[in-house]
Design a protein around this ligand. Sequence first.
Ligand code: DGL
Length: 267
Amino acid sequence: MSRRYRIGVFDSGVGGLTVVQHLLPYAAGAEVLYVGDTARVPYGGRSPETVRRYARELTLYLVEQDIELLIVACNTVSAVAVDVVRACAPDIPVIDVLEPTVELALQRTAGCVGVIGTRATIGSGVYEELLHRWSPVPIRTYGQPCPLFVPLVEEGWVDHPVTEQIAEHYLAPLRTAGVDTLILGCTHYPLLLPVLRHVLSRCCFVESGEAIVQHLKKLGHTPAFNGPTAQLHLQLTDTPGPALEHILQRLRLTSVQVQQICLREYV
Ligand code: DGL
């Protein structure tokens, strides 16, 4: 029996599963190997040098697993370390979240785009730079770091009243600025969508997972996916946290094999 087409996906934690949720129905017949670096999440408050070291280890690990496509399901790595990922996987197509997400946001906006993400992603300024560069007309952009969102998601506090209060605090300036489209510039954030929709009720939201699948369809360099439901293998660098089951259920990811792995240090 021939081996399934293998897609490697990684994130700092479980957030990249929001990308997998969109990818699985599209990549029918494929095998998706997801690595979440839960031993070291969150990445977003760390220095670019540290994120680059972690990104290198994750990429080299996945390259050793004979993947045919690599999806960087982490905005922080995409913002500060995608060159490292590409250099470590020279023979594999690498898709990061930036270009697809900006393209989708520009299709949706009426002229005022907000971007929320980790401190590293927003501090890099990369989303705002690409939005201005690629927009055919002048637009306004507003970046807002939301550093508490990733720990809240990893804890499973996705619809806790405290999460709503924090969201109100972070998003109020974007509402005042009249943002019509909001880039969820962190793959953990779609898990907070019910809360975010409540706080910014008139906004269009742009998720990395939806953007990546749209981009893959456009590129056409993946096989014509058909066959049985894609298989998901979930590998984590620490023991699964208490919220994992809840998050998998919320994303409707069922029959998932979960395994703990140890990343090698590469010098
Ligand atoms: N899901 C990661 C991202 O998209 C979260 C980064 C973190 O661990 O802080 O940026």
